[in-house]
Write a protein that binds this ligand. Structure first.
Ligand SMILES: C[S@@+](CC[C@H](N)C(=O)[O-])C[C@H]1O[C@@H](n2cnc3c(N)ncnc32)[C@H](O)[C@@H]1O
Length: 249
């Protein structure tokens, strides 16, 4: 994709996580500073207008990095759902360390599908970051997100390189910390999951009344911040995207 910004306008001068460096240590999953800070720019820098005073859901909240960033971006509250209890413990410890008011956040250690079915949740913004390629349960996920009645859904995901509306199947191991957690559909140590193409993504969110509103300017971000490019190769190649979706119906 071509940059949508002028050269030099996307230089990151004050990396977000340099101010909160505990997040460099609480995950085994690509917690490289350059990658995390550029992702922060793509997810929050480009969506500043949507967080102020909003209630946020963070799907697969991991060590709480994006829940924390949402509160720093002005969100009123955040609920993070994460299937690995040790990561929820890490998130709670980090939030206490940085003195975040406990009324503003809640982490739930559970399978996201199970947790979302337990309450009549209401959110203004849903973050679905690094999760869509760890499941094949898209209709279930989207139906549950839809019931939360959000205005915005922000997705960060790997995508299959294909111009057609499709989902590429894969089987993944549940052992690595970054992967799918074991659920009622896993078999032995594996989960059948998928990777939608961009058109596939458009079809999936469109079926639940969302449209792809804006892709984050990864071409501009990587052009202006080329150091440690090996840390964000997939964004550079276009095999991973960050996109904001808006509810239209
Ligand atoms: C690639 S990491 C993404 C972490 C973070 N959201 C990010 O974008 O940096 C995927 C996360 O999803 C969690 N996860 C996978 N399947 C899940 C499920 N069914 N319910 C809850 N969490 C799940 C994993 O434990 C892991 O923390």
């Amino acid at each position: 994709m071509a940059p949508s910004s002028a050269p030099g306008s996307r230089v990151v001068t004050s990396p977000f996580f340099d101010r909160f460096p505990r997040f460099y240590e609480t995950s085994q999953t690509f917690a490289y500073p350059s990658r995390l800070n550029l992702r922060h720019e793509a997810i929050f820098g480009e969506n500043r207008d949507v967080f102020e005073g909003r209630r946020v859901l963070d799907i697969a909240s991991h060590d709480g990095r994006w829940s924390f960033a949402a509160l720093q971006a002005g969100a009123a509250s955040v609920v993070g759902i994460e299937g690995r209890p040790e990561l929820v413990d890490a998130a709670n410890e980090t939030f206490a360390h940085y003195n975040v008011s406990p009324e503003r956040y809640r982490f739930i250690a559970d399978d996201v599908f199970h947790a979302l079915a337990q309450e009549p949740w209401e959110f203004d913004v849903v973050l679905c970051l690094g999760f869509l390629y760890h499941t094949l349960r898209y209709n279930e996920l989207m139906a549950r997100i839809r019931r939360c009645n959000p205005t915005y859904l922000i997705i960060d995901t790997e995508v299959a390189g294909d111009g057609r509306a499709l989902v590429r199947l894969r089987v993944e191991d549940v052992m690595p910390q970054r992967n799918a957690v074991r659920d009622e559909f896993s078999y032995r140590d594996s989960v059948l999951s998928g990777k939608p193409s961009v058109k596939g993504l458009e079809t999936i969110v469109g079926a639940y009344g969302f449209r792809l509103e804006r892709f984050s300017d990864w071409a501009g971000l990587t052009r202006d911040n080329p150091e440690n490019a090996d840390e964000f190769q997939n964004y550079l190649r276009g095999s991973r995207v960050t996109v904001r979706c808006r509810a239209i119906s």
